[in-house]
Design a protein around this ligand. Structure first.
Ligand code: KIV
Ligand code: ZN
Length: 512
């Protein structure tokens, strides 16, 4: 058996099912391009049956990528498979990924089908998908809670029908590593034609065990891992790409398996996902958290200075974290900026680079050192959100110990300038009240958080808001050396995301 583990990234499909993580087509395309650069083997670009928007985004990704396989998800219906094929037929390396649940609980309550009917449906779907492409993946949804012998029967039939990848999902994140490894071994050894397909696993993180289960499955013989960047995904998320890849990379002595991932792009890709989705990783998140390589205790710092290996099992450079985070200053030129942006995953047009350069110079006048995080904010606010309904043109606030906090705000709404003034409990409240009046929003502010992007008093304040309107929730992000401006930007960004969601509703047909 080959020791190469295929990395199947589903950030754009299962990852996008994270609450508030919906991305527009341009953002998806940008992320897909970065995933290809990261060296991902298969990119699950979306679920085309869910909406026309999804189909369009998958189709654009399929047209652009030439190295990675582009997978489209489909239930076992002909309609779903037709739409999946419509979206990826022009891809250099298309894959149809079809799935049906196999656990008794799903069969009885959700599908209302017998075991025999599910086998037959799976076979028909795989055969139908196979009429379009040789590259067909079959998944047994809720596989980890399915009867093992039945699972072997379904897999054998799916392989017989032409599936080239068989995926066993722990859909509800219920498995524990030893048990899951045993199940994988059992299914591999009791499915007679399993050698004709790649065995894959897809784990969810409800018990915080997704990475452990995936690694255990790889040890038991799985050769495809389905993962997402930063572990984003439905509920508690999916297995995180960076954790699996770095575990394999770091523990070669007991995990002799390799991947195609260019590890130095892990950190930029993680940041890109955070910037696009607005979902920041927790500081103590393995591999990509802000503190993952920070040594706080004096005794650790002392050890690291003497020999890094005393407390560091991985080098930060391996995942693309530069030791020297200072990247550009006031005198840096357009060329240096463009090169650096490329490394961060932003391959911009001349026009876009010019726009970023302008903003970069403005910021460099306010702030001495411009670091990666500052550039990411400029790009996300200025370039990735070009179709915004609302744009902040002007903000002026008065606040202090003896005055009533007041804000004057000028916004562009659908390109038309409007302005107003308002009061509040504090300057941020005043700014938010005024923006709410101008935009006539019915949204509710669920969360507001503020943090410094980097150390020092000239650091940019980074604000995240969470808004809800008519059952839709959206995150908004904004950054600025002035925290009130950062807050206003975040609020406007959140309102724009809500507007986007109104026209691109999160899939009601989400498969899991
Ligand atoms: O979690 C799951 O079961 C899935 C399948 C569609 C693979 O996402
Ligand atoms: Zn899933």
């Amino acid at each position: 058996m080959s020791n190469r583990v295929i990395i199947f990234d589903t950030t754009l499909r299962d990852g996008e099912q994270s609450p508030g993580a919906s991305m527009n087509a341009a953002e998806k395309l940008r992320l897909a391009t970065q995933l290809e650069k990261l060296g991902v083997d298969v990119i699950e670009a979306g679920f085309p049956a869910a909406s026309d928007g999804d189909l369009d985004a998958v189709s654009r990704i399929a047209a652009k990528l030439d190295k990675a396989q582009v997978a489209a998800l489909a239930r076992t219906s002909k309609d779903d498979i037709d739409r999946a094929w419509q979206a990826i037929s022009h891809a250099a390396k298309p894959r149809i990924h079809t799935f049906i649940a196999t656990s008794d609980i799903h069969l009885e309550y959700k599908l209302k089908m017998t075991r025999d009917e599910v086998v037959q449906t799976a076979v028909e779907a795989v055969k139908y998908a196979k009429s379009f492409t040789d590259n067909v993946e079959f998944s047994s949804e809720d596989g980890s809670r399915s009867d093992r012998d039945y699972l072997c029967r379904v897999f054998e039939a799916a392989i017989e029908a032409g599936a080239t990848t068989i995926n066993l999902p722990d859909t509800v994140g219920y498995a524990v590593p030893e048990e899951f490894a045993e199940m994988v071994s059992y299914v591999i050894s009791h499915t007679p034609n399993i050698h004709k397909a790649v065995f894959s696993v897809h784990c969810h993180n409800d018990l915080g065990l997704a990475t452990a289960n995936t690694i255990a499955a790889i040890k038991a013989g799985a050769r495809q891992a389905e993962v997402t960047i930063n572990g984003i995904g439905e509920r508690a998320g999916n297995t995180s790409l960076e954790e699996v890849v770095m575990a394999l990379h770091t523990r070669q002595n007991i995990l002799p398996a390799s991947t195609s991932i260019n590890t130095e792009f892990i950190h930029p890709t993680s940041r890109l996902v955070s910037m696009i989705t607005g979902i920041m990783v927790q500081p103590n998140k393995a591999i990509v958290g802000a503190n993952a390589f920070a040594h706080e205790a004096g005794i650790h710092q002392d050890g690291v200075l003497k020999n890094r290996m005393t407390y560091e099992i991985m080098k930060p450079e391996t995942i693309g974290l530069s030791a020297n985070k200072l990247v550009l200053g006031k005198h840096s030129g357009r060329h240096a900026l463009r090169t650096h942006l490329k490394d961060l995953g932003y391959d911009l047009s001349n026009e876009e680079v010019n726009l970023v350069f302008e903003k970069f110079k403005e910021l460099a006048d306010k702030k001495k050192h411009i670091v990666d995080e500052d550039l990411e904010v400029i790009v996300t606010e200025g370039i990735l959100r070009t179709s915004d309904v609302f744009q902040l043109e002007y903000l002026h606030v008065t606040a202090g110990t003896t005055v009533l906090p007041m804000a004057s705000v000028k916004l562009q709404i659908h390109g038309r300038s409007v302005q107003s003034a308002g009061y509040g409990n504090g300057p941020i409240d005043a700014a938010f009240n005024t923006i709410a009046n101008l935009t006539d929003t019915g949204s509710e502010l669920l969360r507001f958080s503020i943090s410094a992007l980097t150390g020092g008093t000239d650091a940019q304040g980074e604000v995240t808001v969470r808004l809800r309107e008519n059952g839709l929730t959206a995150l908004g992000k904004g950054a600025d050396p002035d925290i009130i401006t950062a807050s206003a930007r975040a609020y406007v960004n959140g309102l724009n995301r809500l507007e986007y969601l109104k026209t691109h509703p999160i899939k009601e047909t989400s498969p899991v």
